[in-house]
Design a protein around this ligand. Structure first.
Ligand code: WT7
Length: 635
């Protein structure tokens, strides 16, 4: 039996049982056999969810970059670590070997030191998806600085809020970014942000777009000349297991963003372990995750997880629609990608386009497809399975969160039989629980409730930066002794989990609990529907009625709208029941999305309830123009 790389369902059940019955043995074997330590731990873990306090590998000393880089050099130094695929397909791809990456990280780390960055300092990274982003992250980890990457699509206000919250002294950015046809002056956004963030003393600027930017004397420095004159050797800082590795902000349902703090050893072990299993990664595979490193998906499954396993990881700078809707598939063909990991929102957008775009490319290298970020609807699942995986590549529907650090519930490809829209089974070490509204655990199968985790795993966030009370209140108070995820889930008759969505998205109509996801699934199966979102609108008699926002495919042009409304409701009736029929259907040209691709239901809820005077925080909104139209056209 191999703990580390699970190869059969029988083995999965054995390993899972071991991880529950003897977690100390299970995790210490993995940590010992597959990672490099400067000093061994005294204690595998200790925990108390009531404080809450969790510690893993206490007493151990290590540096995560030695595990990502140094230890690979003598076996795979000349192997490609990062394939950088630029926005413009005409620009040359960059292949960075492990030797080169090691050298570039060490050099960058020396620049940070030269600029006065020390262990424990916070460094804010605001960069596009260029190699410097991964290198800056690793350079921080090399010297024990705490990186806080802010997605380079965030506004100056959002950026400055995050800088101030963690009190970063340095920002690393670039002159600009290329995304499709769009060039954004990132440095200008940083300049605006820093008007509200006087604590930042140094700004390092990487050159990417060559557009003209302002450089503030003393504060702003071009990165390249500093790299050119820095030493290329840099020994790594020895870190304690529980020293912070990074802070990453995630938006809460209320209040300011939460700076989730992850620590070194547990995060490392979990990132490495889950990457290996969930993607069935084997040496010489080429792996591509389309997320941005500004999100947890990019941290764990573009940078740390792949590099810990000595993998080749693709970094893509651009967007799926540039120069045309075939770009993803062209990249898969070009680099013979074996594992492809993307989000349902991207899948739906691409599924709207002509099949010619997928048919044109050779996708036969693919072995595993991944999905993350939201429940994947049936229609998207089948499109992905048929047109991209050609029914040969298992789809891993991976459920996790910024807070969990790594994937918690997912099929293991070629091991766990998949079922559309099911994240299936917990990974070893993960003990999920479903809770009812009275706070009791729902045992057995065929139950639905709020999803909690009742035992710690190595990569759980340790706190919200600067606000441990909020951490406790948000995650550990609803169900004492458990971590509450904020999601609802059902467990079917074989024990598979299906994530039904945020529990705040449940709508109660005439006393019936209706999950939005299954209704949206039903709507999306209509031939003319591209995407949909439903929210609750207050209703005199039923409590709530259902209000649907639906975008149609171009093929719906000229069709009678009322006829379409009838057809959609007929489909819902058929799939779920008349109770789930929509009272109102508003056709829109788009849905309000966050920059990470999530539908902003909060705004739609306000529209449905005719309460649009104050939309609340819209700083993460990707497409404000869509919102204006939706409000104007509200029913
Ligand atoms: C929330 C976490 C962690 C990756 C990116 C998102 C939803 C995530 C799935 C999935 C259904 C999913 C949950 C979760 N979610 N993956 N496979 N199926 N829902 O990270 O921004 O922290 O969001 O995304 O609602 O709580 P995040």
């Amino acid at each position: 039996m191999s703990n580390y790389h699970i190869k059969s369902l029988e083995e999965y059940f054995q390993v899972y049982r071991k991880s529950v019955n003897d977690p100390e043995l299970f995790w210490s074997e993995i940590a010992e056999e597959h990672f490099t330590w400067r000093k061994h731990w005294n204690n595998v873990f200790s925990w108390d969810f009531s404080i809450p306090e969790v510690k893993w590998f206490e007493g151990a000393e290590l540096n995560i970059t030695e595990n990502c880089l140094d230890r690979h050099l003598h076996i795979r130094g000349e192997k490609t670590a990062i394939i950088f695929e630029p926005n413009d397909p005409e620009e040359e791809t960059e292949y960075i070997t492990y030797n080169q990456l090691h050298k570039r990280v060490c050099t960058f780390a020396n620049v940070l030191k030269d600029e006065g960055v020390k262990k424990g300092d916070r460094v804010c990274i605001y960069l596009p998806m260029i190699p410097e982003l991964a290198i800056a992250v690793l350079a921080c980890a090399r010297i024990g600085a705490i990186h806080s990457v802010v997605f380079a699509g965030f506004s100056s206000t959002a950026l400055s809020t995050r800088i101030n919250d963690c009190d970063a002294k340095m920002v690393i950015t670039s002159d600009g970014s290329f995304r499709g046809k769009k060039i954004t002056n990132l440095k200008g956004i940083v300049d605006d942000a820093l008007k509200e963030s006087p604590g930042v003393k140094t700004v390092l600027v990487a050159k990417r777009t060559n557009n003209k930017i302002k450089m503030k004397k003393k504060r702003d420095k071009w990165l390249q000349p500093l790299l050119d004159s820095a030493y290329t050797d840099c020994s790594s800082e020895v870190m304690d297991a529980e020293d912070p590795l990074f802070i990453l902000y995630t938006s809460g349902s209320t209040g300011k963003p939460k700076g989730m703090m992850h620590t070194t050893a547990g995060y490392m072990v979990y990132a490495g372990y889950t990457f290996k299993n969930v993607f069935n990664y084997t040496e010489n595979d080429v792996y591509w995750c389309t997320a941005d490193i500004g999100w947890i998906t990019g941290h764990t499954y573009i940078v740390y997880g792949p590099l810990l396993n000595g993998a080749t990881t693709v970094m893509f700078e651009g967007v799926p629609s540039y120069p045309d809707y075939g770009r993803f598939w062209q990249i898969i063909e070009e680099h013979k990608v074996n594992q492809f990991y993307t989000a349902p929102t991207a899948i739906r957008a691409l599924a709207k386009e002509d099949l010619e775009y997928t048919a044109k490319y050779d996708l036969s290298s693919l072995k595993v497809l991944g999905s993350v970020g939201e429940p994947i609807n049936e229609e998207a699942w089948h499109w992905y399975n048929e047109n991209i995986g050609k029914k040969k590549s298992p789809i891993v529907d991976t459920w996790w969160q910024t807070e969990t650090g790594g994937i918690l519930i997912s099929p293991i490809p070629y091991v766990t039989p998949t079922t559309p829209t099911f994240a299936t089974l917990p990974l070893p070490g993960i003990q999920p629980a479903l809770m009812d509204s009275e706070g009791k655990e729902l045992k057995g199968n065929q139950v639905e409730g709020n999803l909690c985790v009742k035992f710690p795993w190595p990569a759980i966030a340790r706190t919200i930066w600067g606000n441990h009370d909020r951490y406790r209140d948000t995650y550990f108070s609803a169900y004492p002794g458990m971590y509450f995820t904020g999601d609802g889930a059902m467990r079917d008759e074989v024990g598979y989990y299906r994530i039904t969505g945020r529990v705040d998205d449940v709508i109660i109509v005439s006393g019936h609990n209706l999950g939005t996801a299954p209704i949206e699934d039903a709507i999306n199966e209509h031939m003319e529907v591209a995407e949909s979102a439903i929210v609750g609108a207050t209703h005199e008699i039923k409590g709530n009625s259902l209000y649907g926002f639906i975008t149609l495919k171009p093929s719906a042009n000229g069709k009678d709208r009322d006829e379409l409304r009838l057809e959609i409701n007929r489909m819902i009736s058929e799939r779920i029941g008349p109770i789930a029929k929509l009272d109102k259907i508003q056709f829109t040209e788009g849905l309000p999305k966050t920059r990470s691709g999530k539908i902003m239901r909060r705004i739609l809820r306000k529209v449905a309830n005719k309460d649009t005077n104050d939309l609340g925080d819209t700083s993460t909104l990707l497409n404000p123009e869509v919102v204006k139209n939706i409000i104007n056209e509200a029913l």
